[in-house]
Design a protein around this ligand. Sequence first.
Ligand SMILES: NC(=O)c1ccc[n+]([C@@H]2O[C@H](COP(=O)([O-])OP(=O)(O)OC[C@H]3O[C@@H](n4cnc5c(N)ncnc54)[C@H](O)[C@@H]3O)[C@@H](O)[C@H]2O)c1
Length: 352
Amino acid sequence: MQRNPSMIRFGKTSELFSLIPPKKAIIVTSETLYRQALEMFSYSGLNAKEELRWIRVPDGEACKSFSVLETVCRNMIDFDANPDTVLVAIGGGSLSDLVGLTAHLWMRGIELVLVPTTLLAMIDASIGGKNAIDIGTTKNLIGSFHLPRLILCDVSWLETLPLKNLLSGMAEAIKHAAIDSEEHFRFLEGIANSEKPLTEIQAEVWEELVQRSQQVKIRYVDADPYDNYLRHALNYGHTFGHAIELITEIPHGFAVATGIGMANALAVSRGVLDPDIAARIDLLLHNLGLPANVEEASAIAGCNISPSTICDLIRADKKRRGESIDFALLHKIGDVRIEPIAIQYIAEFLET
Ligand SMILES: NC(=O)c1ccc[n+]([C@@H]2O[C@H](COP(=O)([O-])OP(=O)(O)OC[C@H]3O[C@@H](n4cnc5c(N)ncnc54)[C@H](O)[C@@H]3O)[C@@H](O)[C@H]2O)c1
């Protein structure tokens, strides 16, 4: 894979066809976003419904399946797609995962353009070239690396994004800021302290937030394009987070926020993180309306989360090596390190 050749543009979705020829494009979007996309393209003077080739797929995670992949490919046959076709994904991370894999497989690889419509997709899923579909309840089992040629970020999509999804993206933004720098972290604290609801944040502020966050991910992706080791730092908050998500089925970002708080408590217990910094990160999560510990996640989920269930899931984590697991631990803001921690230590930590 080349070193991050994706071009990132901030602008309006209606500008897309000044960047790629409409005749080459096949656009994949979801049932819900289709109407919104048509309206946005109407500003470009294009009769988007008639002049463009559209494929509509189910919303959210439901599109990440073999059957939807096959449907998209069959639609592409009907549209006479060829090696010059540019596949465009307009949607969140689920849709870009599906379309990225399709672009990778179609005639052994065609150009991919992403128009991310969720905060999570803008700052995370669209960056780094990873894509995947699920098999049954096992997430992201079948996937590849396929970098987009262009990522067009139009933050006006965030105006219709439900608060729950905005918060999910914010958890990843906090993760990026915490592992990046004091200055980046203070930028997010400023947003939280302004007491403005997330739904009222101005476009320029979203653009700055997205840009800052993307740069952090790009830095790790460039250092480790195939996710072999350094990129594992991006798992900060995710080892506990994935376990919490599986147990409670709370939204991904809520689970990641809980995982960040728990990973910080673990780092404090090992004497590598100042408790005041852990408290400061908890405060930012709370100020935005996110949980930061098991009790708060349990209250949101309305169920009990037992330490032994978390530990069993961590034992099954792919980052486990024998009796220990590679854990991304924060030492201070802007300093995250991957360290092996004995599963036994984690079990005892969770019981305290
Ligand atoms: N490839 C990667 O590197 C990577 C990284 C992180 C996450 N992911 C994947 O991303 C997926 C989660 O993505 P997501 O959080 O973006 O959610 P999503 O794509 O599942 O979308 C969630 C819901 O929001 C709706 N939606 C999307 N944009 C909207 C908008 N602007 N207005 C109103 N509704 C909108 C969708 O239709 C859907 O119902 C997971 O499958 C995860 O595995 C991939």
